[in-house]
Write a protein that binds this ligand. Sequence first.
Ligand SMILES: Nc1nc2c(ncn2[C@@H]2O[C@H](COP(=O)(O)OP(=O)(O)OP(=O)(O)O)[C@@H](O)[C@H]2O)c(=O)[nH]1
Ligand SMILES: [Mg+2]
Length: 222
Amino acid sequence: MADAFDEECDYLFKAVLIGDSGVGKSNLLSRFAKDEFRFDSKPTIGVEFAYRNIKIADKLIKAQIWDTAGQERFRAITSSYYRGALGALLVYDITRRSSFENARKWMVELREFGGKDMVVILVGNKCDLEQTREVEEEEAKGFAEREGLCFMETSALKNLNVDQVFLQMITRIHDSTSHKSLDVKADQEKQITLSDAKEIHIDAANEVTATKQTSYYYCCST
Ligand SMILES: Nc1nc2c(ncn2[C@@H]2O[C@H](COP(=O)(O)OP(=O)(O)OP(=O)(O)O)[C@@H](O)[C@H]2O)c(=O)[nH]1
Ligand SMILES: [Mg+2]
């Protein structure tokens, strides 16, 4: 059934979720993929993934989002997790400063295993917990700017900015891959092969329209 549907997709994009344990990666994904939230979610063991199909302009995109454990001992082989990923959400918890400070550590891993053109968004999750906030939005914006990342605050619990953050990432991936194919051959179709996934076809003639932005959204010009 999945294969039958794959035939209808114009693109397949793989993206990954990274960040410390307990920051809300799995709940962000379940909110995005199934509109579900769990107060009692267990730490992820190994790797899980979910899909959601998104229409940008007249193109159907299958977003394949991978989720792994923040805890080192539960993580799967890192290189295969990142292989073929075109985007990443680097998630921290706005009420847990250590999870923000560890974003640097996650950046090191991203640089080692991720592709150099990956679209990376820094995500401050649990913004519904304003009263116990330990990381100011301005500070996170500054960090994102220095690292050349986009930035957004979200709440998986209240469903704030969840669709927006995933859609920003997917739109930017679409945008950059379309530009790349234009650079290579303006009038021909280019193929990119994602290991761990299927082939995607990028038609250089297609245009991408922007998706909605929100007040929480910040992005540098890179
Ligand atoms: N208040 C609030 N709690 C949240 C939010 N997102 C997740 N949580 C809670 O935070 C806890 C951890 O969430 P998970 O999604 O399992 O965290 P994770 O990053 O996947 O953790 P690992 O799988 O161990 O890496 C759970 O108790 C969730 O209910 C949010 O936006 N707001
Ligand atoms: Mg998890």
